[in-house]
Design a binder for this molecule. Structure first.
Ligand code: FAD
Length: 456
């Protein structure tokens, strides 16, 4: 059949940014057709593979995304890796506009000696492991030592700390994978230290995550009172959310030292410390500790920066999780990329120097912010795009074939896309398996198995 003359937009990436962009395009334009191309056979990005299993309420956004996935003017094409299976140029020929919403697939490296030793994991891989991301399913982190050090003090770092210390009774009712549950059951990790280069007034996590640590059954805080010297006094000038967060940490300091209480598992922040070197075992085969440089702060408030004093402190630990941040990567030479900021350079979601290209989500503004932040910036991108259609900046006068041109290309290349209803088959299979185990779902871990279930 010949394609009709409606405007056709494709979105690259089926995470929150992709779904929210599609949702808003469909809402504000009565005729636009939206196709979402996603590398994995399953949708929802970090809502499935990032958000912690014990945060099921956060995953409720999936209900909204599902309405979009089932929308008559939207179609989902999973198992399609853009930049590899199909190029952005090919997409641009087939669509009036292409929105890049492919997130942040890399991890910022520490750049220190020993970083590649066994026992050192990126938070991205670790989180992917317990959340069943196919490429991380075989991580098998070595949890045979007592202390784990998490580098970074954002919400992801706290997720990792919480999962390492959570009672199994809590975890086994979640959608955490059965493999990671078994590994955590055998884990010897009893103490998790969450290390940041600046002070208590600069931590990047939010109060919800700290509160969860404070009330985590079977654990108690292990903080250092000296790191909070003068903090209580400086609180009167601090914005309210920061003040409440700091007061909560101060309470945890009072619950320390680790000598008090009976809980056997400990967690604590360590401030003004930057990683200098991962220390190996004597036979150099794996991580045995970490050397931290001691910093002092210059300036004040949110903008204060850390300056090395030259002194160091060593902490014995067999697990180091690098949680200093995710990082977007370029996927196609046709798309401008700013390697320094690791984002696609854009103005209000319009990719600079590239007519017809747009971006949203983490690849647009960097890998920070919650799903709500991603929603707002995706709506803004959709707004820019529809505005450009109206003003003629985006030419929609020619007829474009959309997926009618792309699907045969993919077929020729041996790629078998997964539709939204195919995904729903995977979803029911996972839910069925989960039910048997008293969990909301048991995730399929193999791409092969996902495809088999989808195309059954
Ligand atoms: P992503 O969610 O990463 O989605 C990008 C999608 O693009 C992925 O599905 C990916 O597979 C796909 N893709 C990548 N490359 C290609 C390609 N070449 N071709 C096709 N598709 C591709 N926010 C909260 O509000 N609450 C939380 O509790 C919370 N917890 C978090 C925990 C972790 C560990 C992390 C990392 C983040 C968390 N967030 C949380 C933040 C939230 O996940 C992000 O704001 C949001 O997912 C960013 O959306 P995105 O679509 O830009 O990226």
């Amino acid at each position: 059949s010949t394609p009709d003359s409606c405007p056709r937009v494709c979105v690259v990436g089926g995470g929150p940014a992709g779904f929210y962009t599609a949702q808003h395009l469909l809402k504000i334009h009565p005729a636009v057709q939206v196709d979402i191309y996603e590398r994995l056979p399953i949708p929802f990005g970090l809502v499935r593979f990032g958000v912690a299993p014990d945060h099921p309420e956060v995953k409720n956004v999936i209900n909204t995304f599902t309405q979009t996935g089932q929308h008559e003017r939207c179609s989902f094409h999973g198992n399609v890796s853009v930049g590899k299976d199909v190029s952005v140029e090919e997409l641009q020929k087939a669509y009036h506009a292409v929105v890049l919403s492919y997130g942040a697939d890399g991890n910022r490296s520490l750049g220190i000696p020993g970083e590649n030793l066994p026992g050192v994991y990126s938070a991205k891989d670790f989180v992917g492991w317990y959340n069943g991301l196919p490429c991380n399913k075989d991580l098998q982190p070595d949890l045979s030592s007592e202390t784990a050090v998490v580098l970074g003090q954002g919400n992801v770092a706290l997720d990792v700390a919480r999962i390492l210390l959570s009672p199994l009774d809590i975890l086994k009712k979640t959608d955490i994978t059965v493999q990671s549950l078994e590994a955590l059951a055998a884990s010897k990790v009893r103490r998790v230290l969450i290390v940041g280069r600046r002070g208590p007034l600069q931590v990047a996590c939010t109060i919800k995550e700290v509160r969860e640590m404070v009330s985590l059954p079977g654990t108690r805080p292990d903080m250092r009172a000296e790191e909070f010297k003068g903090i209580a006094e400086s609180l009167k000038d601090v914005p309210r959310p920061r003040k409440r967060l700091t007061e909560l940490m101060l309470k945890a300091v009072q619950g320390s030292p680790a000598g008090s209480g009976t809980a056997s598992r400990l967690w604590g922040f360590r401030f003004l410390r930057s990683p200098v070197e991962v220390l190996p075992t004597p036979d150099l085969t794996r991580a045995a500790g970490i050397r931290l440089g001691i910093n002092r702060l210059e300036g004040s408030g949110e903008g204060a920066w850390a300056v090395a004093t030259g002194e160091t402190e060593d902490i014995e630990c067999g697990v180091v999780v690098n949680s200093i941040g995710y990082k977007s990567l370029p996927i196609d030479p046709a798309v401008p990329f700013d390697p320094r900021k690791a984002i696609i350079p854009n103005t209000m979601g319009r990719v600079e120097q590239a007519a017809g290209l747009y971006c949203s989500g983490w690849v647009k503004r960097g890998p920070t912010g919650v799903i709500g932040t991603t929603m707002n910036d995706s709506f803004a991108t959709a707004q820019s795009l529809i505005q450009d259609m109206g003003t003629g900046v985006l030419d929609i006068s020619t007829v474009k074939p959309g997926s009618q041109a792309i699907t045969p290309l993919l077929q020729k290349r041996g790629v078998n896309p997964v539709s939204f209803s195919d995904w729903e088959k995977i979803d029911s299979e996972e839910t069925r398996r989960g039910k048997a185990a008293g969990k909301p779902r048991e995730k399929l871990l193999e791409v092969e198995e996902m495809l088999k279930t989808a195309h059954s």
